[in-house]
Design a protein around this ligand. Structure first.
Ligand code: CTP
Length: 404
């Protein structure tokens, strides 16, 4: 199965910070996506990571000086024009100050002034340097002029201090880079996704649940983020690895997921989402009265009395306005024949007042990184998406959402 690749050109600028040791990993993630990467390093950056390392990872020459240019080409200007985006990671306080003031005394600073491409900056520095008014003013100045930031993380810093200032993880910088140069067809759109299983307590140590891993919802969240959406994920008890710019709300029971989804889909104040997608495998039933203490073998329990949970997708559907807003997408998981799957999907489309149901088979979906799905929409279309990575399936689902 082919991994997704794209032909895009990234200039990666590296400045003097211990976080420079993460730069080869950023370059590796970008080249893995098929991007061509050229690296520009300041003098201080070369104290932490060598140009040879960056050259080996990217397969391209590394710019370290103004004075290596050939007579035909002025390197920093040519690279400024060549780039689809310029990413500076790590960006030191010194770099941020000089970039804000318009200095051009290093190839990287000159390139930043010369480029018309969007610029992304990932700061890394001591917490006090970051919080200093001068640094904050410099960052605000750059933001005002359209430079985007991947905010640093909180945590233990190399200098021994605790606090904000640690450069964002390479994986996160990679996602922000993809977002900047994506097709951007979800820019300005809000999307809410429900994913994962729910757990219904039987007693303090046992629960009713299912095999859902939440991976399909995570793939949709990442893909929507990549294409520019403002994303919120409500998830059952599974690990959800998404960029920090995606809001995540963890829940356990179907009732909690119901409350979270309904309040986020129809907020009392402010704008609700444009699109809501329910990939969650919600427990249809819950034990009527969960035991307060652990049930003992000696109590010889042979059955559990259950009561129905609310149907979240149905309740989302029945609260929609006449204009059918927000756009509502559900899933249908089955175990039988394709014909039954399509019939079930069409039935759920009606019953739950959704715009599209994504049908899939349990054995091809649960816990796997791949899936095969059918898109059954309100216009009567029924299209198969052949087995592919869930990231690819997510791409197809979101492209269809735009046509609903
Ligand atoms: N769903 C929901 N709340 C529930 C049950 C399901 O919101 N209590 C949503 C799922 O997230 C999915 C869709 O409804 O988007 C269909 O879920 P599925 O489990 O396939 O179907 P059910 O509605 O539970 O019906 P059945 O189990 O009879 O197939």
């Amino acid at each position: 199965m082919a991994v997704q690749t794209e032909n895009k050109r990234v200039v990666l600028g590296i400045t003097g910070s211990i976080a420079a040791y993460k730069a080869p990993e950023i370059a590796r993630l970008l080249t893995g996506r098929g991007y061509e990467v050229r690296v520009v390093m300041t003098e201080a950056a070369q104290e932490f990571v060598t140009p040879l390392t960056m050259q080996t990872v990217t397969g391209n020459p590394v710019m370290t000086s103004f004075w290596d240019d050939s007579p035909e080409e002025i390197g920093h200007i040519a690279w400024a024009d060549w780039a689809d985006t310029v990413v500076v990671a790590p960006a030191s306080a010194d770099f941020i100050a000089k970039a804000n003031a318009g200095f051009a005394d290093s190839p990287l600073l000159a390139l930043i002034l010369a480029t018309k491409a969007p610029v992304l900056v990932a700061p890394a520095m001591n917490v006090n340097m970051l919080q200093h008014t001068t640094t904050q003013d410099n960052m605000a100045g750059l933001k005002e002029r359209g430079v985007r930031f991947v905010e640093p993380e909180e945590g233990e810093l190399a200098c021994g201090w605790q606090g904000a200032g640690r450069m964002a993880a390479p994986w996160e910088i990679f996602y922000h880079t993809m977002r900047i140069i994506s097709e951007g067809d979800f820019v300005g759109k809000k999307i809410l996704i429900g994913t994962g299983p729910t757990r219904e307590p039987i007693d303090p140590v046992r629960f009713l649940s299912n095999r859902s891993s939440g991976k399909m919802g995570v793939a949709l969240a990442r893909e929507a983020f990549r294409r520019g959406a403002d994303v919120t994920v409500v998830h059952g008890p599974v690990r959800v690895r998404v960029p920090r710019a995606i809001q995540t709300v963890g829940v356990t029971t179907a009732q909690e997921m119901h409350e979270a989804m309904l309040s986020l889909a129809y907020p009392e104040e402010g704008q609700g989402p444009d699109v809501v997608i329910m990939t969650a495998a919600v427990s249809d039933y819950k034990p009527k009265v969960p035991a307060e203490t652990k049930l003992k073998k000696s109590e010889a329990m042979t059955s559990i009395e259950v009561v129905p949970n609310p149907d979240i997708l149905s309740d989302l559907g029945s609260r929609r306005s006449e204009s059918n807003s927000p756009c509502l997408v559900g899933f249908a998981v089955e175990t039988g024949e394709l014909e039954d799957l399509l019939t079930e999907a069409a039935g759920k489309l009606e019953r739950k007042n959704a715009d599209m149901i994504v049908g899939n088979f349990a054995e091809e979906a649960f816990e796997l990184d791949t899936n095969r799905v059918w898109l059954v929409d309100k216009h009567g279309r029924r299209d198969e998406v052949a087995t592919s990575f869930k990231s690819r399936v997510a791409q197809k689902i979101l492209s269809r959402v735009l046509k609903l």
